[in-house]
Ligand binder design. Structure first.
Ligand code: FAD
Length: 505
């Protein structure tokens, strides 16, 4: 990095996004930058955001945080995927698991062999060929258990307590020199010439100046939205839910190693098991139900006693037209929000930080190319995730239910129309431009939602018909046998924390 302009970074906001940015910058820019974070205890954080995807490992490993320490400090549990209950139709469920489903043969993707097997009448449910699914269904979990065998290791992420994560990252950042300033940002000062942000004014008197600003002020988007007036691109027409109710409850009898997303009349309910409690929420579209009804439905579907009253959170799905304007990058809710259906928001904070670190040079006078590539790639990433989320809603068979009927009538983004057309034809898929979700994810959700291809790719005809059944059965059996041999999720966590020894079932 050039040292022509010492970086003086000011992070506005100390929720998950603010402290993730502070910790990562302290770790990777510490010698080149002074970092200040301003937050207000009086305003507080959104306080949700507890399920993640496997990319979270990049953060934990990148920061050099010990896994057991992470588990202990954030009351985390492990996550193998998400169970979607009643989404396709009431009574039907499937798991969108992380990692690989089945095993391809040479250049032939596994789903093609499965489609051919299905055509021959010798294939089981698609999820039967995923070790993650087999382990999830049995509440089993272990790290590195596939090694050396025919199956890959379990791919996993975490569920954690968002407040504890922010506290942990705060300690990490402060130990590495990040200065925390408590106060309410009342005014944002701009340079009269360039229009860049020059300083944050706290409580009308304290002035926090810097030369690069990170907006992590949550839905307020105080810097990028309110001050720099970057317009908001509204995606409500594609993702109509606009309200969430969040409530913690006592832990249930089971500690599932996966998130549950249960479809409801006008949205869906999440259930996220942590060590000390369960996080629950009901995401819904206010045009189709009321807060009172949604709240009653949520409370009626908890597995343990509610530990608080349901807390409403209003949101609009979409994003700022640019994520980086002038000398300000927005991360987290200040950049935009897509509902938590696939637990992607914390990942988007992380990928935004990574992208920024890749293009940020020390010469703040020459940021045009960096800004442009950052905005272009961020938009692509957000739009591809949006399409994936929309798929869950539109491909439903819940006929006669007003919200779900509405979802099926949504005019789809052209990019999703194309994905659906390819998949419907013969289970075809092409990954575009580094998109987050890979073909195994798309295939699991397409099939789970009832989007079944008419045929298979000619590639699958390279395997003799009489070998397909045996191939599939061997794989499914290997998943079952391997999963049965794993420890229970709760026992595995206890073992990692040095509590009573892990017992094998
Ligand atoms: P916030 O937590 O709102 O933090 C904003 C910060 O800015 C606070 O510190 C506040 O004090 C400060 N601030 C604001 N204004 C001022 C001011 N004027 N002066 C000083 N300070 C100020 N993500 C996932 O990855 N997985 C999930 O399962 C998930 N579930 C979610 C469920 C719901 C219902 C919602 C709404 C979000 C969910 N998210 C999830 C998203 C996740 O919660 C956020 O991405 C994450 O918490 C980051 O939030 P944030 O830090 O951007 O905002």
């Amino acid at each position: 990095m050039s040292t022509s302009a010492p970086l003086d970074i000011v992070i506005a906001g100390g929720g998950t996004a603010g402290w993730m940015a502070a910790a990562t910058f302290a770790r990777f820019l510490g010698r080149h930058a002074s970092i200040t974070l301003v937050e207000s205890d009086a305003i507080g954080t959104v306080g949700v955001g507890e399920a993640t995807i496997p990319q979270i490992h990049n953060l934990i490993i990148g920061l050099g945080i010990d896994q057991a320490e992470f588990l202990r400090r954030t009351n985390a549990s492990f996550k193998l995927g998400i169970e979607f209950v009643d989404w396709q139709r009431v009574g039907h469920s499937y798991i969108h698991s992380f990692g690989q489903v089945g095993r391809g043969v040479g250049l032939i993707p596994f789903r093609q062999l499965w489609l051919r097997g299905r055509g021959l009448g010798v294939a089981d449910d698609y999820g039967s060929y995923s070790l993650n699914v087999a382990a999830a269904e049995r509440d089993r979990f272990a790290i590195g258990e596939g090694r050396g065998g025919s199956l890959p290791d379990l791919a996993y992420a975490y569920h954690f307590d968002a407040a504890l994560l922010a506290a942990m990252l705060r300690d990490y950042a402060e130990e590495r020199g990040v200065r925390r300033v408590e106060g309410i940002i009342g005014h944002v000062e701009r340079d009269g010439g360039t229009g860049d942000i020059a300083a944050l004014m706290l409580d009308g008197e304290r002035r926090i100046s810097g030369n690069f600003f990170i907006d992590c002020t949550g839905f307020r988007s105080l810097l990028l939205g309110q001050t720099l007036e970057v317009p908001f691109i509204d995606w409500t027409r594609w993702l109509p839910c606009d309200t969430a109710l969040a409530v913690p409850s006592e832990t249930g009898a089971r500690m599932r190693p996966y998130t549950q997303a249960m479809a409801r009349d006008a949205g869906w309910q999440w259930r996220i098991p942590l060590q000390h409690r369960t996080g629950n929420g009901h995401v819904f579209c206010s045009a189709f139900t009321s807060v009172d009804k949604a709240s009653a439905l949520l409370l009626a579907n908890l597995e343990g006693k509610a530990l608080a009253d349901p807390r409403p959170i209003r949101f609009t799905t979409g994003h700022r037209r640019e994520y980086w304007s002038h000398n300000c990058v927005a991360l987290g809710l200040a950049a935009g929000f897509m509902e938590p259906l696939e637990s992607t928001s914390i990942h988007l904070v992380q990928s935004g930080i990574g992208r920024l670190l890749n293009v940020l040079s020390g010469d703040l006078g020459k940021l045009d190319a960096a800004r442009s590539v950052f905005n272009r790639l961020s938009t692509i990433e957000w739009e591809r995730i949006r399409d994936f989320l929309v798929l869950h809603y539109v491909a439903n068979e819940r006929v006669g239910e007003p919200f779900w009927d509405h979802c099926r009538s949504i005019e789809l983004p052209a990019t999703l129309v194309e994905k659906l057309a390819l998949f419907r034809e013969a289970g075809l898929f092409m990954r575009e431009e580094d998109e987050l979700f890979l073909d195994d994810s798309w295939a699991q959700v397409m099939i789970g939602q009832g989007v079944l291809p008419q045929t298979w790719s000619p590639l699958a005809d390279n395997v003799a018909a009489d070998e397909i059944g045996l191939f599939l059965e061997t794989l499914a059996r290997a998943c079952r046998v391997k999963a049965e041999a794993l420890p229970h999720h709760r026992q595995f966590i206890a073992g990692m924390l040095g509590e009573p020894a892990v017992q094998r079932a």
